[in-house]
Design a protein around this ligand. Structure first.
Ligand SMILES: NC(=O)c1ccc[n+]([C@@H]2O[C@H](COP(=O)([O-])OP(=O)(O)OC[C@H]3O[C@@H](n4cnc5c(N)ncnc54)[C@H](OP(=O)(O)O)[C@@H]3O)[C@@H](O)[C@H]2O)c1
Length: 251
């Protein structure tokens, strides 16, 4: 895709990977609108980037998506890029299944159902433009799961599958479906205040990750595994059990 001249909506755009993308696209001269649940975070981020707009909302709530759609279709009818980035990560231990409480399905509600509902609601607007992009943020773990976060990885495999089907269905429309599959990146994902981060693998810094992503976006590829996600994609296909055991050693 070309990197300039767009009106771009980014869910979860006030921090982490979404924030990195928002900053990079804003720098390229695009109109960027960011969303997320925390209004002060969004406002502080948008205030730092002249011309950036924000809208507080929760992608797991249908009513919020409808409100966002009303806001965007009225104020930004030329919206031509939607980046479905908002997501959460939780570690879950099914050997202690009885302790897995009311948050068990949160990733399904946010990472998967939220992304699908956003897609359904915004596609008619995107389809009106002569060219548009719908970008879904999956993960390298879409290709190969990490067993400490079983529901998270299941949602990302589902986002990968959904993006493939969507791309095929929309092939004769003006909408290009891009899947961005980040590797482990230094953000707040999965961090619980006061708790040790159990994720033991090396992470890519946010800035180098965004630089690699912007470069990859300039290509005409529609599935974009970045950094180590490339290895997970290939390994997951060629040697699935070897790669699974490497990622999930039996301690
Ligand atoms: N970091 C990694 O290693 C990594 C690797 C692969 C894929 N990813 C994917 O990249 C995406 C961004 O993750 P990140 O690493 O940037 O995580 P992050 O730093 O925790 O940021 C997540 C963003 O999503 C927003 N968000 C979360 N739940 C939301 C909801 N219900 N409604 C609206 N916004 C919501 C958050 O804002 P609020 O809290 O204010 O709502 C925040 O801005 C996720 O889809 C993640 O799965 C990340």
């Amino acid at each position: 895709m070309k990197l300039t001249g767009h009106t771009i909506l980014i869910t979860g755009g006030g921090s982490g990977i979404g924030g990195g993308l928002a900053k990079a696209f804003h720098k390229e001269g695009n109109k960027v609108i960011i969303t997320g649940r925390r209004k002060p975070t969004l406002k502080a981020f948008a205030d730092k980037h002249k011309g950036m707009d924000f809208f507080p909302m929760d992608v797991s709530k249908d009513a919020d998506i409808q409100k966002l759609y009303k806001f965007i279709s009225k104020k930004y009818p030329k919206l031509d890029v939607l980046i479905n980035n908002a997501g959460i990560w939780q570690n879950q231990d099914f050997t202690k299944a009885a302790t897995l409480g009311k948050h068990l399905f949160d990733e399904i509600d946010i990472n998967l159902k939220g992304l699908i509902r956003m897609t359904q609601v915004f596609l008619p607007l995107l389809s009106k433009q002569s060219e548009s992009v719908l970008m879904n943020v999956s993960s390298g773990l879409a290709y190969m799961p990490l067993s400490m976060a079983p529901v998270y990885c299941a949602t990302k495999a589902a986002v990968h599958s959904f993006s493939m089907s969507l791309r095929h269905q929309l092939r004769k429309t003006s909408v290009t479906v891009i899947e961005l599959a980040p590797p482990a990146v230094e953000t707040d994902l999965g961090k619980v205040p006061g708790k040790k981060d159990e994720f033991e693998y090396p992470k890519l810094g946010l800035e180098p990750f965004i630089a690699l992503t912007m470069k990859a976006l300039e290509s005409n590829q529609t599935e974009l595994p970045i950094g180590q996600s490339k290895m997970l994609r290939l390994g997951g296909r060629l040697l699935p059990s070897v790669f699974f055991n490497m990622l999930n050693p039996k301690k």
